[in-house]
Design a protein around this ligand. Structure first.
Ligand SMILES: *Cc1c(COP(=O)(O)O)cnc(C)c1O
Length: 438
């Protein structure tokens, strides 16, 4: 019933903002992931017929793969190099946007040695984005959709990183922002969401409560003219995650990795990385070969992992309780699609407990000099666990995602990451502390 209400509201909003004048580059329409029905491009997120989620359908570029590769490689060092494959206008690179992407793909040989991986281990380090998480990718696309549909306020329900990304992107684009977070987030995320000068509202409840509140706001005059990046702009927003797939393959020399380990909050990122890989195969930009997609959750919020292990097709909601707050969505919208992808590709969904998350953050920092937020601890911890369980093949090329920056989740490791010693500034004191060479 609730979904039906949302769908009708979405249809009403769309009448105010669509038209044939909308220019979102190669995006041709929205299509329902369940029944395939197509709709005109607009701020629409649920199918008017079956209430299934909508996604962007494209007229993808024709012509030779080599020409397209050259065009991409000559583009800017950010996600706009892939503009021909994204729902954005062709002059997107000239507009005020935060221009995320083209983050480092780090060959993690030290970590590989520690984990016994011989086939090549890489960390895709998205902490290098403008607001230090992967969320800049999805928000950058949503900003272009918001502009195209004439929204003047940018909003979202956030587990933390999204609020900061929306605040920054709105500031750059000259839009107003009002973002919503659970009231008890890490200080680094709260400050980061507030500093860009938009409105930040803490909601007394968890992310699922925040999300429900935003769904109500969309149907109310109070939210009139607002683009919620992960609700009424969700089909566009989601497409930003495809750029992770494009970058990983380009950075591997236009090759598919054999295995990818991806964190799951709503599951959007994982499903869109798969969509991106499929597009590259279809366009002939990479050689078609099997790849496996692995999903990673924290034990304290593991509804998808639990469903995977139980062999279920539906995901039973959970009440989150984990330090991996950026992944703490108890009722993940894309959960069933994640299950499909993990099963279709021969991957798996696994979870690790908070102690293992902390250990994995420190392992990655100690071996590769990368300080991940808790979500990165989840993927590295799950990678280790999957290797030990024999589910992830250490002889194959493996990419592990780090989607956020450890500076935003200092509390996770603060207790066990302190000064080795505090001493007077003298050599005697240094010696007495047992430090130095001799
Ligand atoms: C939001 C987020 C994710 C994953 O989000 P999805 O909802 O699954 O797309 C992963 N890592 C971090 C750090 C995030 O903030």
């Amino acid at each position: 019933m609730r979904r039906k209400g949302l769908a009708i509201m979405a249809v009403q909003t769309v009448e105010a903002h669509t038209g044939s004048s909308v220019d979102l580059g190669p995006a041709a329409a929205l299509s329902c992931r369940e029944c395939g029905e197509r709709f005109e491009l607009g701020p629409l997120f649920a199918c008017a017929t079956c209430f299934g989620p909508l996604e962007v359908a494209y007229d993808l570029p024709s012509g030779s793969p080599d020409e397209l590769k050259k065009r991409i490689e000559a583009g800017p060092d950010n996600i706009w190099r892939y503009a021909p494959l994204l729902p954005v206008p062709s002059d997107v690179a000239d507009k005020p946007n935060i221009n995320p992407g083209f983050t480092k793909l780090v060959k993690a040989d030290n970590l590989a040695r520690e984990l016994g991986v011989t086939g090549g281990l890489y960390v895709k380090d998205d902490s290098g984005n403008p607001t230090h998480s992967f969320k800049d990718r999805v928000v950058a696309i949503a900003v272009e959709a918001a502009r195209a549909f004439g929204f003047t306020t940018l909003s979202c329900s956030s587990t933390g990183n999204l609020a900061g990304a929306v605040g920054a992107a709105a500031a750059r684009a000259g839009l107003r922002s009002c973002v919503f977070i659970p009231h008890d987030l890490e200080q680094g995320k709260v400050v980061m969401a507030a500093v860009y000068g938009g409105e930040l509202v803490g909601i007394e409840g968890n992310y699922d409560d925040v999300n429900r509140f935003c769904s109500e706001l969309i149907g109310d005059p109070l939210g009139e003219g607002w683009g919620f990046v992960n609700v009424n702009l969700r089909p566009y927003y989601g497409e930003g995650s495809k750029t992770l797939a494009y970058e990983i393959c380009e950075q591997l020399g236009w090759q598919l990795p054999d295995q990818i380990v991806i964190p799951i909050a709503s599951g959007s990122q994982l499903t869109k990385i798969d969509k991106g890989l499929q597009e590259l195969i279809k366009l002939g930009l990479v050689e078609d070969k099997p790849y496996k997609i692995f999903g990673a959750q924290a034990e304290g919020c593991s509804p998808v992992s639990a469903a995977f292990k139980a062999g279920h097709d539906v995901v039973r909601p959970q009440k989150p309780n984990t330090i991996a707050k950026s992944l703490a969505i108890g009722n993940p919208a894309d959960g069933p699609y994640v299950l499909d992808i993990a099963r279709r590709t021969g991957g798996a969904v696994e979870d690790v407990n908070d102690e293992q998350v902390v250990d994995a953050i420190k392992l990655l920092a100690r071996t590769e000099g990368i300080f991940a937020e808790t979500a990165g601890g989840v993927t590295v911890g799950v990678t280790k666990k999957l290797i030990e369980a024999g589910l992830l093949d250490p002889t194959l090329t493996t990419v592990v995602l780090n989607t956020g920056d450890g500076l935003k989740t200092l509390d996770a490791v603060a207790a066990t990451s302190q000064a080795t010693a505090t001493i007077r500034p003298s050599l005697d004191a240094f010696r007495a502390a047992g430090l130095g060479t001799s």
